[in-house]
Design a protein around this ligand. Structure first.
Ligand SMILES: O=C(O)CCC(=O)C(=O)O
Ligand SMILES: [Fe+2]
Length: 333
């Protein structure tokens, strides 16, 4: 039998949700979201012409938060608007039309339309459907997973990928300088121009009990870095000072997550960010993270420049595909 999508479950729900969507109390948003005065997630002006200053802002935010928003990043508003529009239109298609792109059961690839990613504790389910496919470089793209409808889907996604490249390059450059290594070092260590951009579209239908359910449960991204745009419905939270705090929605900002591969390369100086997403009672929330990750066979480990006798390597060297396999199957790294 076909897996039931959350979109269909949401349509059929009255004011309750099936038991498998009710999180344990330690995870329920109503009990665990912090709502008091707390420092705001850093917002960084990416057009700052003072490079040294920008390096220290990015480096501090990466060390203290592992998470920040960038503004004035140069991504054309039109490109983002179109990406969001075609993604939303895809999820508004009939179930049959969407199922054409379903993830191949049992395949190693993340690509395709689906409902479940990581194995979850106690069989709990996440209130989200998603679509995954590569958008860059061209050699990584499998158009089989790119919706043909709406017809402008392909053009909008290609344009967005192209606009994102200089921003990712600049970010990796600033992160390198923040570690005191040369500007090209992190990019090369994650594959250079073979760095892969995997787009995920998260679709969180309205949920009758947003106090009890979660969208994506707590996790760190296994990417090097993730750049995300949400729709206007707030829901992304990060763990800071042991509390879950909301990332405020800022129009036209790009949200940056430090992922596991940068944590490994930096030998722990930058940590990957623990985050989760909540859902909304009336509104559909959507988000478009792009996971920038090394190619499958690339071996990633702490940068030799950062490993000394006083600061020995804290992480193993591992092929990215092996890292991914362990992470998805909850096998200790
Ligand atoms: O929807 C969000 O804002 C976050 C989603 C996320 O963390 C993920 O898909 O990895
Ligand atoms: Fe994530």
């Amino acid at each position: 039998m076909e897996t039931q999508r959350v979109q269909a479950i949401a349509k059929a729900s009255g004011d309750t949700i099936p038991a498998e969507f009710i999180r344990p109390e330690t995870e329920q948003p109503a009990l665990t979201t912090f709502n008091g005065p707390i420092p705001e997630v850093p917002v960084i002006d990416f057009s700052n012409p003072d490079e040294n200053n920008l390096v220290s802002l990015i480096s501090n935010a990466s060390q203290e938060w592992s998470f920040f928003q960038i503004i004035n990043h140069g991504l054309p508003t039109e490109a983002t608007k179109n990406l969001l529009k075609v993604g939303r239109e895809f999820f508004e298609l009939s179930d049959e039309e969407k199922e054409v792109y379903a993830k191949v059961p049992g395949s190693d690839s993340l690509e395709g339309y689906g409902t479940k990613l990581q194995k979850e504790i106690a069989g709990k389910k996440a209130w989200v459907d998603y679509l995954f496919h590569f958008i860059w470089p061209p050699s990584s793209i499998n158009y089989k997973f790119w919706p043909k409808n709406p017809p402008s889907y392909r053009e909008a996604n290609e344009e967005y990928a192209k606009c994102l490249i200089p921003i990712v390059d600049k970010l990796l450059m600033l992160l390198s300088l923040g570690l005191g290594v040369e500007r090209h070092v992190i990019k090369e260590a994650v594959g250079g121009d073979s760095l892969e951009y995997l787009l995920k579209i998260n679709y969180y239908p309205p949920c009758p009990r947003p106090d009890l359910a979660l969208g994506v449960p707590p996790h760190t991204d296994m990417s090097a870095v993730t750049l995300l745009v949400p729709n206007e419905v707030q829901g992304l939270q990060v763990l800071k000072y042991d509390r879950w705090i909301d990332a405020k929605y800022i129009t036209n900002a790009l949200i940056v997550h430090i992922g596991d591969q940068v944590e490994i390369l930096s030998n722990g100086k930058y940590r990957s960010v623990l985050h989760r997403s909540t859902v909304n009672k009336e509104k559909t929330r959507m988000s478009w993270p792009v996971f920038c990750s090394p190619p499958a066979d690339m071996v990633v480990g702490p940068l030799p420049q950062l490993v000394t006798e006083e600061n020995p390597a804290k992480y193993k060297f591992k092929k990215y595909k092996d890292y991914e396999y362990c992470k998805l199957n909850k096998i200790p790294q």
